[in-house]
Design a protein around this ligand. Structure first.
Ligand SMILES: [Zn+2]
Length: 103
């Protein structure tokens, strides 16, 4: 018998529609569900973050101009986030838009 992930870790499952990553609430039909554990849902921003993380992990074993360029974008993004510029009232929105489209 399958045991839900949350039961194995001793934590109760979050309610349906709650992101297991950040805790935000959304329509479950507009969330990403894991294949073997459909009870595990992620909001779209967290799913984009996870995809970027996976890409970064894959890039660790690669070399080349494009890998170097993606690393620069990642460092630039971290610099923006460290300075909280992504929440700036004027520049925040275009920076977040750009950040969603870059590696
Ligand atoms: Zn989330």
């Amino acid at each position: 018998m399958d045991t839900p992930l949350a039961m194995e870790s001793g934590h109760p499952d979050p309610p349906p529609g709650q992101c297991w990553c950040c805790g935000s609430i959304d329509d479950p039909d507009r969330m990403i569900h894991l294949g073997n554990h459909p009870e595990v849902a992620m909001c779209r921003p967290c799913a984009r973050w996870a995809a970027k993380e996976a890409w970064e992990i894959e890039d660790r074993d690669r070399t080349g101009v494009l890998v170097s360029l993606r690393d620069r974008f990642r460092r630039l993004r971290r610099g923006v986030i460290d300075r909280n510029w992504h929440r700036h009232p004027v520049f925040g929105r275009p920076l977040r838009w750009l950040g969603n489209r870059l590696p």
